[in-house]
Design a protein around this ligand. Structure first.
Ligand code: DQA
Length: 170
């Protein structure tokens, strides 16, 4: 029983969604985003996922509609979303509505601290429908998001196990 529970507890799929221009990390504005490339960030996340028995999928798009499609695809397929909607964070009601529609625990990440940059970056359409936001830690924010997601999953699954144990036996 304990063995089954442990296996179930750790079995989960996370989808990582990266918005516009994040494919240019390592090239774009290194003074803000640093020298790390997206592939290196993803390799570290994959490493964490493998060590923690999580399935992980990576997706990057420069197109708003493709990001909406990807979020919708997560419905019934993924247990968690980690998203950096990049510039769409500040403008996209469509991405916000998609996150809200699928109702999957979602952590948004921003490499830079969007609160201490230009005024327009202080508008955040996404944050109110996310479970949490991680900003300003550089690429390490993605690792923090993985830690946070694994904690959220454990809490949800512990609650489910408790509810199952409270069910009267047939
Ligand atoms: C960003 C911040 C956004 O304002 C910007 O448009 C990005 C990256 C970040 O990770 O710091 O492209 O989301």
């Amino acid at each position: 029983m304990q063995g089954n529970y442990t296996k179930q507890r750790l079995s989960m799929k996370i989808v990582v969604i990266q918005g516009p221009n994040l494919n240019m990390l390592g090239v774009r504005e290194q003074q803000i985003y640093g020298p790390m490339k997206l592939e290196q960030i993803h390799a570290q996340m994959k490493d964490f996922a493998d060590k923690n028995n999580m399935e992980i999928e990576f997706f990057q798009s420069n197109l708003e509609g493709e990001i909406v499609d990807k979020i919708q695809e997560c419905y019934g397929e993924a247990q968690g979303i980690i998203i950096n909607a990049a510039a769409y964070t500040h403008t996209s009601i469509a991405i916000r509505d998609a996150i809200s529609a699928v109702s999957i625990p979602t952590i948004e990440v921003h490499i830079s601290n969007i609160h201490r940059r230009e005024e327009f970056r202080k508008t955040n359409m996404i944050a109110p429908v996310c479970t949490s936001s991680i900003v300003g830690f550089g690429p390490f924010g993605y690792h923090l998001a993985m830690l946070g997601m694994s904690q959220i999953m454990q809490e949800i699954q512990a609650m489910q196990a408790q509810q199952a144990a409270a069910q009267p036996q047939a």
